[in-house]
Each structure stands twice: as C-alpha cells, then as structure tokens.
Design a protein around this ligand. Structure first.
Ligand code: GDP
Ligand code: MG
Length: 596
C-alpha cells in the first residue's frame, strides 16, 4: 500500500470515557471482524484488565477502509491506560501521527484526559477531539467542548459521537483519514524500528510490537537490539486484523508484530530500537530509558507452605512484565516472602490480584514504601525501600525522597477540601486554573510516599467521587525523615516500622498503637506497646492481661455447639501470627498492616 494511504493513530481517554467501545466500533465498521467474531472489547485481552476496564499491554490492530475511491491502511495502536505506565503510553504515542482524544460528555475533562493530552502534545501529534456518550440525557456537549477548548485545543472540528449506539463513528474514520498525516519516513535508510511493546506468549515466546521508522524489515532478516547489541533471526512477522495474519515485510511507516528466538523479555524493552545486524543504524531512535519501580512492598503467602508457589507466580508474571521486580525477604511476623518493586499503586494492585486469581494464592501485602536515597556520613549513597535497612541516625547525613507532580481535576465547590488534603500530604501548590466555571485543574508537588497511602480514597471521599488525579515523577528532594520503630513487649516488630516525616511521627505512632490495642487480643500476660524514634519513646499503650475461656459461656448441655467452638478456635490458631511473644489472627494482622 502507498505510504500516503497509511494512518497510525491511538485513542486516548480518561478511564471509562469509552475508548474500548469506540475501538470496537471502528473494528466493526472497517469489517475487520464479522459479527460472530466481534466479542465485546476485543482489545482488552487479560481477564484482570477486562474487569478493571484498563488495558495494560498495548496492542495494535490493522484495519482497511475505502474512502473517496482509495483504500487506506489504518493502524490503531492501543495505549496502556494509567499513570503508572505513562512512559509506555508515551512510547505507544510516539509510534503514531495522531490521536483521537475521547471525552465523556457526561463527565467532561478528567485528570487522565489532561495527562494523555500532554503526552500527545509532547509527541507533536495531530489531535482530534471526540465527545462521546451524547446519547445520555446528562450529556453536556457545550460544557465539555469549552473545557476541551480551555486546554488549548481547537474545537472547530470536534466530533460528537455515541460509541455505544454507533452514532458519529463514520465521521471518526473520515476524520482520521482527513486530519491525521501519513507517516513521514525515510525508506532508504538503515532499519530503525521502535519497540512499542513486548510480552511473553506461552506458545510463541517473546513477542514484540514494533513501528518501523526507517528502512524495512523482512522475514528471516538478522536483527540487532540497539541498547544491548544482541542479535536474533526473525522467525515470523504478522499484523493483527485483529485476527493474526502473517506477512513477509514491514515498510517504513508500518506497525507490526515480530517474533524471533528471544528468550528474555528484558532484552527487548519498550522504547528500544531494532536495527539490522549486518547494516546497523548509527543512532537509536530517541528517548530509550528503562523504567524503575517507585513503590515497594513485601508480598508473603498467608500459608508459609505456599512460598514456592508464590515464587513461581512472580516468575511467570515477570515474563510479561519487565517493570516488576522482586527479591527474597524475611519478616519476623510473616516468614519468608518477597520484596517487590512496582511502578505505582495500580501496578501493585494488579499484581496482587493476578497472583490471587491466576495462581490461586492467598497473600499478604505489607504497607507500601517508596525508594529513599540516603546520603551517609562517608558520602556514599544508599538506596533503600525497607525501613529496616535504614542506617542508624549517626551514620546519616541526609535522606532524599521522591516527589511527584500531581494534576487534580475537581468541581470548584471542593477546591478548599482538595487543597487542604494536598497541604496535609506535605505538598506545595504549583498552579491552579479553571477549565470551566465549575471545574478546576490543581497542580501540586508532593512526596510520593504521601500519595501512595490513602490519598486516592480520601480524595474520592472528600469530593463525593468527582475529582480525578494523575501523577508523574518529578525528582528527589531532601526531607526531614525518621525511622519509627514499633515494639511489642520491648521487641521491635519490623513489619510495622516506618520511615516517616518528623512532624508526622507522633500522630502516626498514636494511630498504630491504637490499632494494635484494638486488634491484638488480650493475653494471659500484660502487653506493652511502644513507638520509638531516634532512641526515644514517643508513644505508648498497654493491653491488660486476661484469662479467656471460650467455653465459659456454654453451660454443659449442647455438645455440638461446644465442638464447633473448639474447632473454630483450632482454625483460628492455625492462622495465628507470632508478633514477638504475642500471637494474633491473620485477620487482625492484615488490619494492622492497612495504612493508618
Ligand atoms: P474505556 O475505559 O475508556 O475503555 O471505556 P469503555 O469503552 O470500557 O466504556 C466504559 C463504559 O461506558 C461502558 O459501560 C460502555 O458501555 C459505556 N459507554 C461507552 N460509550 C458509550 C456511549 O456512547 N454511550 C453510553 N451510554 N455508554 C457508553
Ligand atoms: Mg478500555
């Protein structure tokens, strides 16, 4: 096909604004699948993604569409759907010449609308605004239009659609052809192809989605990965229509799927460049960086026998998820498990759910922590995520913590509460602007550690669910941080120690001790609870001794009831965790680990 007739585009939207539904309509309209094959949301492949309504792995579909007597090749490249993955979103977008920016007419512009728009602008893409869900009675097209305009976009060619009811979708296809430029390419040059995505397939091994920018790539070519110089033979080239279709070559400007004898997903990371081994390009495509986890937590099997199963689960997930990191760890209360690194909270939650659902594991996730940088008195820099690795205060010169930039969209009536919350989270304001008379965009910088714990839920509850937010890593800043140690009967309990801002230590200590007091059952002996910072006790509590007899309330007679009680008690014992000399139930322990 003539390069002039190729269009590469993505659909970007805030979650639930209708990206997948519109993608389905476009696939249906271009006749890529018949009705029988058309199952809802063909692009969302994994079960977890389907339920979350988010797409983690980018995919791409090649469609054909005839317009004004010409046949066009439309490559729709799906973007991963959340802030945790903004680097991957950006790479998907850099494979495109334009985007459809979908905004729900009943919701208006939201945080991810803004974040995705910024990424599209950074990549110099043509942006076609699309207002969706106009079928709904609560749709406010004019207001939505003016919010989009206040983001600095031209709304003269905005398209009004109902993806669900197939209204306006024809116009969307025509706009893609009319407004999105065809790829500008150099097909004479040495091969340069961008790895947009890579994943592990149980049957085919490592699979790469690539966009060719220069030169061309042919079946059986010997290729080289730019960053690590590793070489492979191309065993298969294909496109999804969305049914897989084998092809012989990909020209500059095209998008397709490559399979070679690549064993390790880490060798073909998103953003790297593929070139020819015999005739390599001199320079890589711009902007390759390996993304590092920002959020860390311990994952432990609730049943210690399941350690090997957990290990196997993590190994399998890692095949498909190069940003997941883990290493063995031992905890006083939880036994053997793993310290895991995630890109963000969504990534952490998805990983947890996949371990539970795909591998049938019952797991405990400890309170997440960020990656701190510690400058020691000998001038060396230590990176730590686990409070127990923090050196003693006399060896610390300074501690640095990651800050993020937060964009928060909220109805104007909640501005006060949102600013209070951000202030409480140790943030400082960078910007505040109105997108419409009652919709406000607040930009703040704040420590990531404050955002990963309880921020999302609190924001949602103080704005009755109306605010949305998005964050991006900004840099490390020096902070007044201390280690707080929780002790039960003078024994420190690692799982509860925390690196925390000096000004917050006291309140945090009170919270944790109050929770402990509530959830640790009375024992035959008195229990002393203490919180210590830099060698000083800053808070304490005690739990009085008690003799507990489960049968005391059963007067003689009912033997089955007695047996039931005893069995229940036995069941409970199995799940008991040992905290120092104090045993508590799994449920209580989980409650204790929930962030304060
Ligand atoms: P995504 O998260 O952006 O991929 O959003 P989805 O395509 O999954 O859509 C989210 C929800 O909105 C689903 O329940 C869709 O059925 C619904 N939806 C999508 N488009 C429309 C529309 O045009 N009208 C109405 N009424 N509902 C829609
Ligand atoms: Mg979707």
């Amino acid at each position: 096909i003539n390069i002039q007739n190729i269009r590469n585009f993505s659909i970007i939207a805030h979650i639930d604004h209708g990206k997948s539904t519109l993608a389905d309509r476009l696939i249906e309209k271009t006749g890529s699948l018949d009705k029988r094959e058309m199952k809802e949301q063909v692009l969302d492949s994994l079960e977890v993604e389907r339920r979350h309504g988010i797409t983690v792995k980018a995919q791409s579909v090649r469609m054909e569409y005839a317009f004004n007597g010409c046949l066009y090749e439309l490559n729709m490249i799906d973007t991963p759907g959340h802030a945790d993955f903004s680097y991957e979103v950006s790479k998907s977008l850099s494979a495109c010449e334009g985007v459809l920016l979908v905004v729900d007419a009943t919701q208006g512009v939201e945080a991810q609308t803004v974040a995705n728009l910024y990424l599209a602008l950074e990549n110099d893409l043509e942006i076609i605004p699309v207002i969706n869900k106009i079928d709904l009675p609560t749709a406010d097209v004019e207001k939505t239009k003016s919010e989009i305009e206040n983001l600095g976009l031209d709304v003269s060619n905005v398209i009004l659609i109902s993806a669900k009811n197939d209204i306006g979708t024809q116009e969307v296809l025509e706009a893609i052809i009319k407004y999105i430029p065809s790829p500008k390419v150099n097909d004479e040059g040495n091969l340069k192809a961008l790895i947009i995505d890579s994943w592990y397939d149980n049957y085919k091994g490592v699979v790469c989605l690539i966009r060719v920018f220069e030169g061309e790539i042919n079946l059986n070519d010997r290729i080289m990965i730019f960053s690590n110089k590793k070489e492979y033979n191309i065993e298969n080239l294909s496109v999804l229509t969305p049914k897989p279709k084998d092809i012989e070559k990909l020209h500059a400007g095209e998008v397709g799927i490559l399979i070679s004898n690549i064993k390790n997903i880490e060798d073909v990371l998103v953003g790297d460049t593929v070139t020819l081994a015999d005739n390599p390009a001199k320079q890589a495509l711009k902007g390759f960086k390996k993304i590092k986890p920002f959020v860390y937590a311990g994952i432990y099997p609730t049943d210690t026998e399941k350690y090997d199963d957990l290990k196997e689960g993590l190994e399998k997930l890692k095949l498909n998820d190069s940003s997941l990191e883990y290493e063995p760890e031992k905890s006083d209360a939880l036994g053997f498990g793993f310290r895991c690194g995630f890109l963000g909270m969504l990534h952490m939650n998805i990983t947890k759910e996949r371990l539970e659902e795909e591998f049938g594991l019952d797991i405990v996730v400890t309170t997440p922590s960020v990656l701190y940088k510690v400058e020691k008195t000998d001038d060396s820099i230590l990176e730590i995520s686990n409070p127990k690795d923090l050196p003693e205060p006399q060896f610390i010169k300074a501690i640095f913590e990651p800050y993020v930039s937060i964009d928060c969209l909220t109805p104007a009536e909640y501005i006060g509460s949102v600013l209070n919350l951000l202030q409480e989270k140790r943030g400082y304001q960078k910007n505040l602007s109105y997108l419409s008379s009652n919709r406000c965009l607040i930009t703040y910088a704040a420590p990531l550690s404050e955002i990963i714990i309880n921020f999302y839920d609190t924001l949602k509850s103080i704005t009755k669910g109306y605010a949305s937010f998005n964050y991006e890593f900004e840099g490390y800043k020096k902070s007044d941080l201390v280690k707080m140690i929780i002790m039960i009967n003078n024994e420190p309990i690692d799982s509860f120690s925390q690196i925390i801002h000096k000004d917050k230590a006291y309140y945090y200590a009170r919270d944790v001790l109050a929770k402990l007091k509530e959830f640790v059952p009375r024992q035959l002996f008195e229990i002393k609870l203490q919180a210590k910072v830099s060698g000083k006790i800053i808070a304490k509590e005690e739990i009085k001794a008690l003799r507990k007899d489960v049968l005391a309330k059963c007067y003689g007679g009912d033997i089955t009831r007695k047996r039931k009680l005893l069995e229940k008690q036995k069941e409970g014992k199995k799940k008991l965790k040992q905290l120092g000399k104090v045993a508590i139930s799994k449920e209580a322990f989980m409650k204790l680990l929930e962030p304060a």
